[in-house]
Design a protein around this ligand. Sequence first.
Ligand SMILES: C[S@@+](CC[C@H](N)C(=O)[O-])C[C@H]1O[C@@H](n2cnc3c(N)ncnc32)[C@H](O)[C@@H]1O
Length: 232
Amino acid sequence: MKLNQYIPSKFTLFIRRLRYYLYGEKFYKKLNYDWNKHQSRFEIINSIIEKKNYKSYLEIGCQADINFSKINISKKIGVDPNDGGTHRMTSDDFFDQNKENFDLIFIDGLHEYEQVKKDIVNSIKHLNKEGVIILHDCLPSKIWHQTIPQTHKSWNGDVWKALVECRTRLDLDTYTCTADHGLGIIFNRKNQNILNLDIKNFKSLKFKDYYDNHNLYMNLISENELYQLINK
Ligand SMILES: C[S@@+](CC[C@H](N)C(=O)[O-])C[C@H]1O[C@@H](n2cnc3c(N)ncnc32)[C@H](O)[C@@H]1O
């Protein structure tokens, strides 16, 4: 969740907020995360790269290279249709022509469930065997941070719904690290803690579902637990 130069105007956001307030879900409890007490995404990504001796990195959504420029690795590719990275295109266009695999893929492009799901599916196809996928913005604190369309400058989108869907898959082992607005962690291996959820349309999940079942749905882990997992 960052301020983005591509966000809609203040007026547009205001009108959207009003519409959501009238017609959207009404659930106003919030989660009390203080992200300043946790490591940032680039610290965690760099630690994992070092611990695993990873050689290749792909970032989807690179806005001004804020994170991309801080990643220490021999080979890195960044994809963004607007700014930053190495490839000026959407993630869909990139994956259509890409023939390479990566050790670590950081998904932080368009924060809408359908696109995040596509980015996950495409990333799995291009992940090296011992690799890991990390998704940004998986833990919105308030309903307003996850509305579609975006209603506030601070916005995580509904990335969390794609993460919950992965938690139900037998072939993916999925966690959420409680750092930097929630870092989804996906290993391409057998699910070690499957979420049994009888839903067909994950997009229809409500913020209340997420709030009430937070730990279970997201499979929360601390930074230390993440490093233990990585070392296994
Ligand atoms: C939240 S910012 C990324 C921030 C960056 N990864 C960081 O950690 O600081 C989201 C970026 O995704 C880009 N974006 C939007 N739609 C995209 C798409 N379909 N494919 C790839 N990037 C996209 C936007 O241009 C924007 O720069």
